[in-house]
Ligand binder design. Structure first.
Ligand code: ZN
Length: 164
């Protein structure tokens, strides 16, 4: 069976950046990843590459930022007052490199603290992989037709998918 719209794909993957560093991977502990093809479960560039592949196939895919986590957007770097992060707990002192949850126009988001200077905090709201070219090594472990409830939920069920 070829991977098509509304198939459930189970795969092992290794994701590397352009420096060859492993950013993420499936492994013995996590098991392979199952996704519902054609429902935006994974980044568009990888989903495109999966179409037409079959069980047992291994391949490499390079995904540009526009089809991955987006280009790096300097407008998503913001300077906010330190007073918004005051805490009575010394252990919760804000430091560069910390990730914080912030309120944005699009709801809550995770931001990286990239600088603290005086009363000003610089927050980077870009996805950590924004601007990165993503290099995948994929091994297709299984391909099957999706169940009705998987299609209506928009995700894969089963041992490597969602549990509900
Ligand atoms: Zn479900």
């Amino acid at each position: 069976m070829k991977i098509a719209q509304d198939t459930v794909v189970t795969m092992h993957y290794v994701l590397k950046n352009d420096n060859g560093d492993i950013i993420d991977q499936s492994n013995e502990d996590s098991g392979p990843l199952s996704i519902l093809q054609g429902h935006g479960n994974i980044i568009p560039g990888l989903e495109e590459e999966l179409f037409g592949k079959i069980k047992g196939e291994s391949f490499s895919a390079t995904v540009e930022p526009t089809k991955g986590y987006g280009e790096y957007n300097e407008h998503m770097v913001q300077i906010v007052p330190l007073s918004g992060f005051r805490s009575d707990d010394e252990n919760e002192k804000l430091e560069t490199g910390m990730q914080v949850e912030v309120e944005t126009n699009q709801g809550r988001a995770v931001a990286l603290v990239t600088n603290i200077e005086g009363e000003e905090v610089t927050l980077d709201l870009n996805h950590p992989l924004a601007g990165e070219t993503l290099n995948f090594e994929i091994e297709i472990v299984d391909v099957r037709a999706a169940e009705e409830d998987e299609i209506s939920h928009g995700h894969a069920h089963g041992p490597h998918g969602h549990h509900h």
